[in-house]
Design a protein around this ligand. Structure first.
Ligand SMILES: *Cc1c(COP(=O)(O)O)cnc(C)c1O
Length: 379
């Protein structure tokens, strides 16, 4: 099966009870047993629920994995991965990392004796400098947020193999439509399905997919033992979202490409961060590991004025000023005052988050309306 067909049918079976074409929402906690242990594969919905299983199978299929697991949020999925480790273990992570992942690593797991190194992975060879006998996991996010850096997943996988480490990839920004980390040698792929997989900004959910059976067993054990699972309604919504992932992504990419080029030509714009440009520092890697460049774009304005950037995002009418990304509607954010406000100015500017930086999650509206909206806001 090719990708578009998998988005609709991958991992799915017709409902055996009534032939429902869409997986029913099994809003139940428990399942009748004919004799103790005599059940139809489901006992208790923390352990397993048919609607959640359908979603887990769909995600595994899209990522070319063999096993999927769904959780109550993206962070709950990441939490399960880190629980594979023991006190004393070390993790090497991307430095330009989703803020919530950084908070989970440093404020929760460091208290339990796990050590994290935050490393610039644009040159993957940097990773090796931090490997020691305690290193167990490499955690990678690509493209990164909000600077749209690209990290070479094949290079990361070969380092992980060489040192017998697990490689986990947060694939939220790219989605399996653009990039499939398991095919590039990663062991675990993770998504905040809250973003593109759900796609409609109406559900918070996280997923993992893996190829290896032993690794899947360990993660299933953690999923059930820690219990941060998602409910059947939310599983249904993400499953429905996935069925249009390919056509939404096609339009996100098309609109993203148009807006990136529009911004690059605008006299008031200083710099546009989008991996599709030939002069993007990791353009060649982006082309090698992604099938297109997605709908996430960041840009700065000339003069780098904080107040001007805030006025600009306030003036936007079709782009909504909001956190999050990956929905059908276009969103805009100002990292310096929103997602990165808690980081001291000097620190955030080191990674490129300057005062005028604006991040766009380009939606699937008409491109002419989106460009007209940017035009009136930029002035
Ligand atoms: C949103 C996000 C997360 C966290 O997911 P939640 O569903 O909000 O818990 C993790 N990684 C990335 C890249 C994200 O954008």
């Amino acid at each position: 099966m090719k990708f578009n067909t998998k988005a609709i049918h991958g991992g799915q079976e017709l409902d055996p009870a009534y032939g429902a074409v869409m997986q029913p929402i099994y809003q139940t906690t428990t399942y009748a047993q004919s004799t103790p242990g005599g059940h139809k594969g489901f006992e208790y919905s923390r352990s397993k629920n048919p609607t959640r299983s359908a979603l887990e199978n769909a995600v595994a299929s899209l990522e070319n994995g063999n096993y999927g697991m769904a959780f109550g949020s993206g962070l709950a999925a990441i939490d399960a991965v880190i629980k594979l480790l023991n006190s004393g273990d070390e993790v090497i992570s991307t430095n330009d990392l989703y803020g919530g992942s950084y908070r989970l690593f440093t404020k929760i797991f460091e208290r339990f004796g796990i050590k994290f190194h935050f490393v610039d992975m644009e040159n993957a060879a940097n990773i090796e400098k931090f490997i020691n006998a305690n290193t167990k996991l490499i955690w990678v996010e690509t493209p990164t947020n909000p600077m749209m850096n690209i990290i070479d997943l094949k290079a990361c996988a070969s380092i992980a193999k060489k040192h017998n480490l697990l490689l986990a990839v947060d694939n939220t920004f790219a989605t399996p439509y653009l990039q499939r980390p398991l095919d590039l040698g990663a062991d675990i792929v993770m998504h905040s399905a809250t973003k593109y997989l759900g796609g409609h900004s109406d559900v918070v959910l996280g997923v993992l997919a893996v190829k290896d059976k032993e690794l899947a067993k360990k993660l299933y054990f953690i999923q059930n033992a820690s219990g941060a699972v998602c409910g059947p309604q939310d599983s249904f919504l993400v499953l429905r979202g996935i069925k249009t992932l390919h056509i939404r992504m096609q339009r996100h990419c098309e609109n993203g490409r148009n807006i990136a080029h529009y911004l690059a030509k605008h006299p008031k714009i200083e710099k546009v961060y989008w991996p599709g440009f030939e002069d993007h520092p990791n353009h060649a890697i982006a082309i090698a590991q992604m099938s297109d460049f997605g709908g996430m774009i960041s840009f700065t304005t000339k003069g780098n004025n904080y107040e001007e950037a805030i006025k600009m995002v306030e003036k936007l009418k079709i782009f909504t000023l909001a956190e999050s990304l990956g929905g059908v509607e276009s969103l805009a954010g100002h990292p310096a005052s929103m997602t990165h406000a808690s980081i001291p100015k000097e620190e955030r500017e080191k990674t490129g988050v300057v005062d005028s930086l604006i991040r766009l999650s380009v939606g699937i509206e008409d491109i002419d309306d989106l460009i007209a909206d940017l035009e009136q806001a930029i002035g």
